[in-house]
Ligand binder design. Structure first.
Ligand code: G3P
Ligand code: MG
Length: 376
C-alpha cells in the first residue's frame, strides 16, 4: 500500500484514516504561512487522503474564507472540508418552528463591521441586531460612545423595533445573544449583554432582579428554558504573528463572567459554548469529515464502497482546545481520534502540556509524516 517518494510515504488505494488540522499556530500565524503547511496539505490532497480544517477562528463566511485559504495554501479547499468556530450555529436555524431560532431576534457581536451579522443572515437568521445598531438608536445606553461613533454610524442599521422599555409589549425584544467572533468593543458589548441578562424577557431598559437572585419571583429573561447566551470559541489565548499568544474570545467570556459575578454576587449564568475542545464541535466536525471523505473516496457518481473511517489525526497547537478536544471526544462512528501537538503555535516547547497529546512533533509536516507512518 505504501511506496517511498520525496515526502516520505505515499498511500495508494483507500485510506481508513484522515486528518483534521487546526489553522492558527499550525498552518498560519495571522496571515503568514507556517513552513511546511502548504506542502503537507498538498501531499495529502495529491494522495487522496481526506482532511478537514477545524478552527476556532471565524469572522468571515466559510465560502469567503475557503477561497482565501485555498489561494494561500495552494490546495483546493471547499466548505465541505472546512469548519470554523461558528459554523455549527447553522444547525440552530434548521428544524421546525418550535426549535429553530431562525425567526427569533438575535443580538450578534464580534468581528469587524457587519461581517458577523452577514454570516448569521447567510446561515438563515432573519432578525439580526448588533450592539452598534442599539447604540446608534439608543446612545444613552453607553456613555463612552464618542470614540467609536463614526464606526458605528457607518455600520448600523435601524432597529426592527424601537427600544421602549415603558411599553415592553411593543419594544424591541432580544431572544438570544451570539458571540460569533472576538468582540472589538468589549465595553459596549459587555454593557448591552449585561443589560439583557438582567432584563425582563430580553427587553432592553427593563430590570429583573430575578436573573441575579433566585429567591425572587420568576420574571427574568434567563428563567425560561431557552438558552440565551451563545459563544463560538473558548480560546483564552491563540497564536498570531506576535511572538506571544494573544487573548482570544475566551478572554471576553471571562471578562463578562467577571462583570456578571460582581453584579449578582455569583449567580448562575448559563452559557452555551461551542468550539474546540467541546464535544459538540468535534461531533459536528466528524460528520463533516465523514461526508467529505465519502464523496472524495467514493468517486463522483461511481458510489464505490468506502471503508469505515478508523482513525483521525487531530493536528493542533493548543493543548487546551485541539489536544483536549481530540483526547476526550468519543466518536459515535467508532473512529479513534489521536492528538498531535505541534511547536509552532501556543504550546511552548519544553513545558508539560496541560493535556497530554498522543505525540509532540515540530510542525505540521512532521505531524503528517507521523500519522502516515502510524498507518503504514
Ligand atoms: O480566533 C482564532 C483562535 O481562537 C484560534 O484559532 O485556528 O487555532 O483554532 P485556531
Ligand atoms: Mg491553533
Amino acid at each position: 500500500r505504501f511506496s517511498n517518494n520525496g515526502a516520505g510515504v505515499a498511500v495508494d488505494g483507500m485510506s481508513s484514516f484522515a486528518f483534521a488540522f487546526d489553522i492558527d499556530g499550525v498552518l498560519l500565524r495571522s496571515s503568514t504561512l507556517i513552513p511546511g503547511a502548504s506542502e503537507a496539505l498538498k501531499y495529502l490532497h495529491d494522495n487522496n487522503i481526506p482532511f478537514i480544517l477545524l478552527t476556532n477562528g471565524g469572522g468571515k463566511h466559510e465560502s469567503t474564507r475557503v477561497v482565501e485559504l485555498s489561494k494561500k495554501l495552494g490546495v483546493p479547499l471547499t466548505e465541505e472540508n472546512f469548519v470554523q468556530s461558528h459554523t455549527p450555529f447553522k444547525q440552530l436555524v434548521e428544524g421546525d418552528e418550535s426549535e429553530s431560532l431562525k425567526d427569533k431576534t438575535i443580538l450578534v457581536t464580534g468581528g469587524d463591521g457587519n461581517k458577523c451579522r452577514n454570516i448569521a443572515e447567510m446561515y438563515g437568521f432573519k432578525n439580526v441586531v448588533t450592539p452598534g445598531d442599539i447604540l446608534v438608536s439608543y446612545p444613552s445606553i453607553w456613555p463612552f460612545n464618542q470614540s467609536f461613533s463614526e464606526h458605528y454610524i457607518n455600520n448600523a442599521r435601524p432597529l426592527p423595533r424601537s427600544v421602549d422599555y415603558e411599553n415592553p409589549s411593543t419594544s424591541l425584544k432580544i431572544d438570544a445573544v451570539f458571540v460569533f467572533n472576538s468582540p472589538r468593543d468589549w465595553a459596549l458589548d459587555s454593557q448591552i449583554i449585561l443589560d439583557l441578562l438582567l432584563s425582563k424577557d430580553g427587553v432592553l431598559g427593563t430590570y429583573s432582579q430575578k436573573n441575579g437572585d433566585s429567591s425572587l419571583p420568576n420574571n427574568g429573561w434567563l428563567q425560561d428554558c431557552q438558552p440565551k447566551l451563545f459563544f463560538s470559541n473558548p480560546d483564552l489565548f491563540w497564536a498570531t504573528n506576535h511572538h506571544l499568544p494573544r487573548i482570544g474570545q475566551g478572554g471576553f467570556q471571562a471578562s463578562l463572567q467577571g462583570v456578571w459575578d460582581a453584579t449578582t454576587g455569583g449567580a448562575t449564568l448559563d452559557k452555551t459554548i461551542i468550539g474546540k475542545p467541546h464535544a459538540a464541535t468535534y461531533k459536528y466536525a466528524e460528520r463533516v469529515l465523514n461526508k467529505h471523505r465519502t464523496q472524495l473516496l467514493g468517486g463522483e457518481g461511481e458510489h464505490k464502497k468506502v471503508i469505515r473511517l478508523n482513525r483521525v489525526f487531530m493536528v493542533g497547537d493548543n493543548p487546551e482546545s485541539d489536544i483536549r478536544g481530540a483526547n476526550e471526544f468519543k466518536s459515535s462512528h467508532g473512529a479513534e481520534w489521536s492528538s498531535i501537538l505541534v511547536k509552532t503555535g501556543v504550546y511552548r516547547e519544553g513545558t508539560k502540556p496541560a493535556y497530554e497529546p498522543t505525540v509532540i512533533v515540530d510542525d505540521v509536516m512532521e505531524a503528517v509524516k507521523w500519522g502516515l507512518q502510524e498507518e503504514g
